[in-house]
Design a protein around this ligand. Structure first.
Ligand code: KMH
Ligand code: ZN
Length: 276
């Protein structure tokens, strides 16, 4: 693992799972997303993990809207723009691959199939390889999403068989506490780190009530943080999240307490190998 003197704080503001009707403060329009990005950047985030919604607030992989979103976030924020290729569990592989045509700075690449609540989040090996190769060709920096520990073995296989990602650096995000994936505990995080590729950096995010334990375990282990309403809607026991900036600000504050203050977007670009 590569030790870092600062903390990459990524915000995942929207996701594909929550409905705007049930979560009115979820950012779903381009305007809401840009404002969220600006607010989170102001309090210490340096990367944004983006899922877009259509005019009815339904999850979407619309090409035009993806391009518009990348352009707007680049124009209005200094954040590293990472598009989700995970989409929603119902999205077809072709549409998920086509996300890369929007040419973000970074894109997610989930390293295996996992039960996802009552659904299945499908990620066939051939699909993963295709995503990895297209990102290499386009110089898009991947973030390898790990929902279960065996997916780290698949990541090591991917790098052995198909080479280093664009930018030359391997960055992993441990998504913990999804029903069907690895639990969000400090013990599980420590076990996962034993399988991390040589020289890789990692972020972690704990879904739902695992948010805080995972955040603290990640900081204690030299890791980075992903927070946001994609992963959690409660700020504390019995208290709903006000907005994404509230979660980003807490992550930044804990990073400072851990003596690894939030990385600027420029520093984060340097660490991840994202073009400046
Ligand atoms: N929405 C989940 C099915 C990613 O963004 O790459 C998948 C997900 C992972 O959120
Ligand atoms: Zn996502």
């Amino acid at each position: 693992m590569t030790a870092s003197s600062g903390t990459l704080v990524t915000v995942a503001p929207t996701g594909a799972e929550h409905s705007k009707a049930e979560v009115p403060n979820l950012p779903v329009t381009l305007e809401e997303l840009v404002r969220t990005g600006q607010d989170c950047e102001r309090v210490g985030a340096s990367m944004i993990h983006v899922h877009i919604r259509d005019a009815e607030a339904r999850p979407s992989l619309d090409q035009g809207l993806l391009k518009e979103t990348v352009a707007a976030l680049r124009a209005e924020t200094g954040l590293i723009v990472q598009l989700s290729t995970g989409g929603a569990v119902t999205d077809p592989e072709e549409d998920r691959l086509a996300v890369l045509d929007a040419m973000p700075d970074s894109a997610s690449c989930t390293m295996g199939t996992v039960n996802f609540g009552d659904a299945v989040f499908m990620n066939r090996w051939e699909f993963i390889v295709e995503l990895h190769k297209r990102m290499q060709e386009r110089r898009i920096v991947p973030e390898y999403e790990i929902f279960d520990i065996g997916q780290l073995a698949s990541l090591n296989r991917l790098l052995d068989e198909h080479g280093a990602p664009a930018g030359g650096h391997v960055h992993v995000d441990l998504v913990m506490g999804v029903p069907g994936g690895m639990p969000g505990t400090a013990e599980m995080l420590t076990s996962a780190l034993r399988l991390l590729p040589e020289g890789a950096s990692f972020s972690a995010t704990g879904v739902g009530r695992t948010t805080l334990p995972v955040m603290l375990a990640s900081l204690a282990s030299g890791g980075h943080l992903r927070v946001g309403m994609e992963d959690t809607l409660s700020y504390a026991k019995g208290e709903r999240v006000r907005d994404n900036a509230q979660l980003a600000a807490r992550a930044a504050a804990l990073s400072r307490i851990a003596q690894r203050p939030p990385l600027s977007a420029e520093q984060a670009r340097g660490m991840l190998g994202v073009q400046q």
